[in-house]
Design a protein around this ligand. Structure first.
Ligand code: HAX
Length: 433
C-alpha cells in the first residue's frame, strides 16, 4: 500500500470521529475554547490583539476607529481628485492619526525615493514559466527582495528587542513603495506583451499604479479607493494572521508578507474576487453572451450550490451584514458605470443571492463581501485578466498587515504558539471515550 493510499485509509477512518465530535459535542467547553472552535477554524476565539482596525459584525470595518466613509472624508486628496492619497491611509494605519496635507506630501516624496526595484527581481519573474499564476509571481518577487532586509542586518549585528520596530518599519516602507511597481510590472509583462511602464516621477501611490498599468483616469481614483478598502480587516483573516504569525518568529517583513500573500491566494479568501468574475463569465457564456434574467440567475445560483460549491463573493466569517467595502464600490459604480451590463448583473445578484442563501440554510451571513464587487469595476476599466485581481488586493492588504507587524515588534509581542490537542483528548472531554 502506498503512503498516499495508507493516508487515505486513515483519513476515511478518522473523519467520522471529527464529525461526531462536532455534531454531538461541538459546544463542549475545553479550557476556554469549544470543540467546535478548535476544529472549526477558531471562529470567534478572541486571542489576537491589534489596534490597526476592528471588524464589527454588523457595522463592518473601522480603520483606527473610523468607518470607511469617515476615513475617506478625512484623508487629504490629490488636487482635483475624488479619492484620498493612499499614502495618507498608510500614515493613519501606522500612527492612528489623520495626516495633514504636509504630512502626506512628504510621505508621497518618501515613497518615490523607496520605490526602485532591483533588477534581479525582474530576472526571477522572467525565469518563471509563462503560465505561472500572477499571485505566485507577486509572492516570489516579495520573497526575492528578502536580501534587502534591514531587519536581518540589524538583527545580525545584535539589536535590542525594544529597537526592533525601527528596521521592521524601514523594511515595511521599502516594501510598500515597491509593491505597486512590482504588481504593475507583472501585469504588463504577463498580459501586455512585455511592455512594463516605468513609474512616473510626479505621481502618488494610486496615480502611479494606474499610470504603470497604462489606464487613464478615473482608474487612478478607483485604485486609491481599492487599496484603501482592501488594506486591513482586523487580525484574524488568513492574510493578516499569517503575516503576524510568521513575523512572530522574528522573520522579517519580506518573509512575513510573502507568507501572508500565499494565504490571500486561496479561493475562500482573496482569490474570491477572481472567482466571482470567472463565475459570472461562465454564466454569460452559458447564455451565449446575453445578460441574465432574474430567473436565469436564480437557477445558476442553485446549480452552483447543488453541485457542492460556494457562491463566491457572498458570506463572511465575521460580518453579518452587507460589507461596507461592497457598498463603497457600489457607490463608485453608480457614479461612474451605472449602465454597465456586468454591474447590473452584480446588482441583480445582490437581489437574488441573499434569499437563496437563506433558503439554502447553511451560510451564517447571506450578504455580499468585498470580493463580490471588485472584479466588475476592473473589468469595466479594461483589466479583464481576472487572475490578476488578487495581486491588487495584495498591494492593498500589505498596508494593514505591515503596519500590524511593525507594531508587533514595537510592543514586543512574543512568538505565537497556541496549544493543540488530540482527537482522543476531545473525545475524553466530550465524555464519549
Ligand atoms: N455559498 C455557499 N455556501 C456558503 C457560502 C456561500 N457563499 N458561505 C458559507 N457557506 C457555507 C459554508 O461552506 C459552510 O458549509 P459547511 O457547513 O458545509 O462547511 C456553512 O455555510 C457555514 O459557513 P459560515 O460559518 O457561514 O462561513 P465560514 O466562516 O465557514 O466561511 C467564507 C466564510 C467567507 C469562507 C464563506 O462564506 C465562503 O466560502 N464564501 C464564498 C467565498 C468568498 O466569497 N470568500 C471571500 C470572503 C471575504 C474575504 O476574505 N476576502 O478576502
Amino acid at each position: 500500500m502506498s503512503l498516499k493510499e495508507k493516508l487515505k485509509e486513515k483519513i476515511d477512518a478518522h473523519r467520522p470521529r471529527t464529525t461526531r465530535l462536532l455534531k454531538e459535542h461541538g459546544d463542549k467547553v475545553i479550557g476556554e475554547v469549544t470543540i467546535k472552535q478548535a476544529i472549526g477554524g477558531m471562529r470567534g476565539v478572541k486571542n489576537l490583539v491589534t489596534d490597526i482596525s476592528y471588524l464589527d459584525p454588523f457595522e463592518g470595518i473601522r480603520f483606527r476607529g473610523h468607518t470607511i466613509p469617515e476615513t475617506l472624508a478625512a484623508l487629504p486628496k490629490p488636487p482635483g481628485k475624488e479619492m484620498p492619497y493612499v499614502e495618507g491611509h498608510v500614515y493613519l494605519l501606522m500612527t492612528g492619526d489623520f495626516p495633514s496635507e504636509e504630512d502626506v506630501k512628504s510621505l508621497v516624496e518618501e515613497f518615490k525615493k523607496r520605490r526602485e526595484v532591483p533588477k534581479y527581481v525582474w530576472d526571477v519573474l522572467r525565469a518563471m514559466p509563462e503560465d505561472t499564476h500572477p499571485m505566485t509571481m507577486f509572492s516570489a518577487a516579495i520573497l526575492a527582495l528578502q536580501r534587502e532586509s534591514i531587519f536581518v542586518k540589524e538583527y545580525n549585528k545584535g539589536i535590542s528587542k525594544f529597537d526592533m520596530w525601527d528596521p521592521m518599519f524601514e523594511d515595511s516602507m521599502n516594501l510598500l513603495a515597491k509593491l505597486p511597481v512590482i504588481a504593475a510590472y507583472i501585469y504588463r509583462y504577463k498580459y501586455k506583451n512585455d511592455t512594463p511602464i516605468d513609474p512616473h516621477p510626479d505621481l502618488d501611490f494610486g496615480g502611479n499604479f494606474a499610470y504603470m498599468m497604462g489606464i487613464d483616469p478615473p482608474y487612478d481614483d478607483l485604485m486609491r479607493l481599492y487599496f484603501i478598502l482592501h488594506s486591513d480587516h482586523e487580525s484574524g483573516n488568513v492574510s493578516a494572521h499569517t503575516t503576524h504569525l510568521v513575523a512572530s518568529a522574528l522573520s522579517d517583513a519580506y518573509y512575513s508578507l510573502s507568507a501572508g500573500m500565499n494565504g490571500l491566494a486561496g479561493p475562500l479568501h482573496g482569490l474570491a474576487n477572481q472567482e466571482v468574475l470567472r463565475w459570472i463569465q461562465d454564466l454569460f457564456q452559458q447564455l451565449g453572451g446575453k445578460v441574465p434574467t432574474k430567473e436565469e440567475l436564480e437557477k445558476f445560483c442553485w446549480d452552483t450550490l447543488n453541485s457542492g460549491q460556494v457562491i463566491p463573493g457572498y458570506g463572511h466569517a465575521v460580518l453579518r451584514k452587507t460589507d461596507p467595502r461592497y457598498v463603497s464600490q457600489r457607490e463608485f459604480c453608480l457614479k461612474h458605470l451605472p449602465d454597465d451590463e456586468l454591474f447590473q448583473t452584480v446588482s441583480l445578484l445582490y437581489e437574488v443571492v441573499p434569499p437563496i442563501l437563506k433558503e439554502h440554510g447553511k451560510a451564517k451571513n447571506p450578504w455580499p463581501n468585498v470580493d463580490a464587487h471588485s472584479g466588475v469595476i476592473q473589468w469595466f476599466y479594461g483589466v479583464r485578466e481576472y487572475d490578476f485581481y488578487t495581486v491588487m488586493f495584495g498591494v492593498g492588504r500589505a498596508i494593514g498587515v505591515l503596519a500590524n507587524i511593525t507594531w508587533d515588534r514595537a510592543l514586543g509581542y512574543p512568538i505565537e504558539r497556541p496549544k493543540s490537542v488530540t482527537t482522543d483528548m476531545l473525545e475524553e472531554a466530550a465524555g464519549i471515550k
